[in-house]
Ligand binder design. Structure first.
Ligand SMILES: [Zn+2]
Length: 385
C-alpha cells in the first residue's frame, strides 16, 4: 500500500518542513480522509535513502523558492533535495504546452546529470495528466487570460483567412501528444457529418488535398466536431462558404462548400452544435463536405482521427509526428501483441510511453512499477497491451 508508506515518510520528515507551516501542519485529530489528502499532496517520501519531494501543479515558483531558502538554513543542508527543488522550480516557469517541446531537448545532452534526469522524470510523472492536454483545455477559460481556446499554441486570431499561420514543421522533431476529448471536463466529440468518404486526404490531381470529402445533400446539417470558438465564417476562394473552429484541444477544424451558415466568428460552440448546412459552394463538384483537421495550420488526415462511417473518434489521445508536409497520427498499438521494451541509457518513463504509444500509467500497471520507481538500463518493460 502506498498511502501508509507515504504517511510514515511524512512523519519522519515533518520536522524538516516545519517552516512551510502556513497553518497546514497535519493534525492527528482530523478525519483520516482529510489527512491523507493533504499528506499526499505535500508528501516527502524517502526512496532509496534519498529524500524526494513530490511536485504538483499547485506549487508555484515562489513556493519552491521559499522552500529552498528554508532548507539552506538547516544545520545539515539537504543538497540533493535542494537540487531537485531547483529543477522543479525551473520547470514550473514553463508553460505546460511549452514543456512538451522543451523536455526532449533537456535529455538530448549527454551531460545532463542523472539526478536532474530523475527530478524531471518525477516532475513529468506528477503532471502527466496535465501534459496530455494543452493549456486552456481544462476549463473553457484559457489559463493565459486570452478569450480564445488553445491560445498558447497560436500567435493570433484571424477571422478572415482560414489558415494564416503555418507552423514550421522543423519544430516537430519529436512526437506531440494532444488529448482530443475529455468526458470529465465535458469536452466531447461529435462527427461533423456521418457519411461516405468520396475523396481522401493526400496527393490528388497534382496537388495536396488537405482534408477529407464526405458525401452529403444540400441542406444537410453539419456539426462542430469538438467544443471551441468559431474563428472564420465567410466565403473564401475555392472553399466557398467555410467555417473554421479553434478547439480547446489545440486543433482547428474546417468545414467547406457550405450552403448556409448557422454561426459567425466569435461564437462559442459545443461538440455536435449545428454550425452550417451543407452544399457545394466554391470549387466543388456536387454537394459534399470538405473537412479538415489542422494543428498550427498543418494538416492532419481526418480519416486517421475519425471513423466517418461509424461516426466515432478513433482515439481520445492522438500522437502526432512530422510526415513530409503533414502531421501524421502515430497509430495506436491497441490490437498488437504485447511488446517488450528494453530500457536504454537516458530513458525515462514519459519518453518511453510516448515512443511506444502508451501511457505512463499503463506501463506502471503492466510492470507493477511503483510510483517514481527508477528505471534500470537493460530492464525489460511490457509496453502495449
Ligand atoms: Zn475536399
Amino acid at each position: 500500500m502506498r498511502l501508509p508508506l507515504s504517511l510514515l515518510a511524512v512523519q519522519i520528515l515533518l520536522p524538516l518542513f516545519a517552516f512551510s507551516g502556513n497553518g497546514k501542519t497535519p493534525k492527528s485529530e482530523e478525519t483520516e480522509n482529510t489527512a491523507v489528502k493533504r499528506d499526499t499532496s505535500s508528501a516527502v517520501v524517502i526512496y532509496d535513502a534519498e529524500a524526494k519531494f513530490i511536485p504538483s501543479s499547485e506549487y508555484d515558483v515562489a513556493f519552491y523558492t521559499d522552500m529552498i531558502d528554508s532548507l539552506v538554513q538547516l544545520d545539515t543542508v539537504p543538497v540533493a533535495l535542494i537540487n531537485q527543488l531547483n529543477v522543479y522550480r525551473n520547470l514550473t516557469k514553463r508553460k505546460r504546452s511549452e514543456l512538451l517541446y522543451v523536455v526532449d531537448s533537456i535529455f538530448e545532452s549527454p551531460k545532463v546529470p542523472k539526478p536532474v534526469v530523475n527530478a524531471v522524470n518525477i516532475y513529468l510523472n506528477a503532471l502527466e495528466r496535465e501534459l496530455a492536454a494543452p493549456t486552456g483545455f481544462y476549463a473553457h477559460v484559457p489559463l493565459d487570460g486570452s478569450p480564445y481556446p488553445a491560445n498558447a499554441f497560436y500567435k493570433d486570431w484571424n477571422t478572415n483567412v482560414p489558415f494564416p499561420e503555418r507552423n514550421n514543421l522543423a519544430d516537430f522533431d519529436s512526437v506531440l501528444t494532444l488529448r482530443l476529448t475529455n468526458p470529465e471536463l465535458d469536452c466531447g466529440f461529435e462527427v461533423p457529418f456521418k457519411g461516405i468518404l468520396t475523396s481522401h486526404f493526400g496527393w490528388r490531381w497534382g496537388r495536396n488535398h488537405n482534408g477529407t470529402d464526405i458525401n452529403l445533400n444540400v441542406w444537410d446539417p453539419v456539426k462542430a466536431a469538438f467544443p471551441g470558438v468559431v474563428r472564420v465564417a465567410r466565403f473564401y476562394k475555392g472553399y466557398g462558404r467555410v467555417v473554421v473552429i479553434r478547439h480547446y484541444n489545440g486543433t482547428e477544424t474546417l468545414y467547406a462548400h457550405l450552403h448556409r451558415f448557422k454561426v459567425k466568428a466569435g461564437d462559442e460552440v459545443d461538440a455536435g452544435d449545428v454550425i452550417a448546412l451543407g452544399g457545394s459552394s466554391g470549387h466543388s463538384t456536387g454537394s459534399h463536405l470538405h473537412f479538415e483537421i489542422r494543428f498550427q495550420g498543418v494538416p492532419i488526415n481526418p480519416a486517421t482521427v475519425i471513423n466517418f462511417g461509424k461516426g466515432t473518434l478513433k482515439q481520445e489521445v492522438i500522437r502526432l509526428e512530422r510526415d513530409g508536409s503533414f502531421l501524421a497520427v502515430v497509430p495506436d498499438r491497441e490490437n498488437e501483441a504485447p511488446l517488450v521494451y528494453e530500457v536504454q541509457k537516458g530513458d525515462y518513463l514519459y519518453k518511453i510511453a510516448r515512443e511506444q504509444g502508451t501511457t505512463i500509467e499503463d506501463i506502471r500497471t503492466a510492470n507493477n512499477l511503483r510510483r517514481n520507481e527508477p528505471l534500470r538500463v537493460g530492464q525489460k518493460l511490457r509496453v502495449g497491451t
